[in-house]
Design a protein around this ligand. Structure first.
Ligand code: URA
Length: 236
């Protein structure tokens, strides 16, 4: 592989930036100053360094778990509000990162972020039933047959199909755990509105059996562990 291609992939930079780094003498191969950006390197055997620091080969796609705080929006840019990617600004490879589905600005909790478009498509596609559990705090006491209504499904405004069966676990009259396997716009809030209620606070605790790491404070994130990746169908 050409040296500039290796640098582009590992540093998320353009070929001309990589060429300039080489020209300026910032890149060494096995301890020798690299003379040309087009020189061939073997990423598995050669030790390539930039400004004296070893450069690791591109490790492939990135997968993060974030504890989304309230007040941040799940968008790649927003002129009015902070975006969840502001919290990732120390990451080197920001290109192509996107959220796997969206949480509303005021919703907190588990959010996956990746640059693997195929995986996020599978995770959000309604064809694959990936359950998501929300701890929900309600303004009004929960109605008596809420469990049955959630199971039966709701015909929400401007929709052509009723919601899929959802599981409601009553913690108290004002607090429930709701598990849904779709991701329609404002779905949880609209389901409770259909029952004459209003969501005061919404927090996602679990996606497809993976719980939010309790060690993550709001705004913190980490990479997914190998066992989480395996459980989420991410191939090595
Ligand atoms: N349902 C909602 O209404 N809001 C969210 O943020 C997530 C699910």
């Amino acid at each position: 592989m050409r040296l500039d291609k290796f640098l582009c992939e590992s540093q998320d930079i353009t070929r001309s930036v990589a060429g300039n780094m080489v020209k300026k003498g910032r890149v060494n191969i096995n301890g020798q100053r690299a003379k040309s950006a087009s020189i061939k390197v073997k990423p598995d055997d050669d030790i390539i360094s930039l400004d004296g620091e070893p450069v690791m080969a591109d490790a492939g796609f990135q997968y993060f778990m974030m504890h989304k705080p309230a007040g941040y929006v799940c968008a790649n840019q927003d002129s009015e509000h902070p975006i969840v990617f502001d919290l990732l600004k120390n990451e080197k490879k920001l290109k192509n990162l996107h959220t796997v589905g969206r949480l509303d600005k005021d919703t907190t909790g588990l959010l996956f972020i990746t640059d693997d478009g195929n995986w996020s498509h599978v995770m959000t596609s309604p064809k694959h039933d990936h359950p998501k559990t929300y701890r929900t705090f309600l303004a009004e006491p929960l109605i008596e047959d809420a469990e049955q209504q959630c199971h039966q499904g709701f015909m929400l405004n401007n929709e052509t199909h009723p919601t899929k069966p959802a599981v409601l676990e009553r913690i108290s009259d004002h607090e429930v755990l709701l598990t849904i396997s779709e991701g329609r716009y404002h779905q949880v809030k609209r389901m409770f509105a259909a029952m004459g209620n209003r969501v005061e606070k919404l927090h996602r605790e679990n996606i497809a059996g993976i719980p939010l790491d309790p060690k993550l404070a709001p705004g913190e994130y980490r990479t997914l562990t190998p066992s989480e990746r395996l459980a989420l169908g991410i191939t090595p």
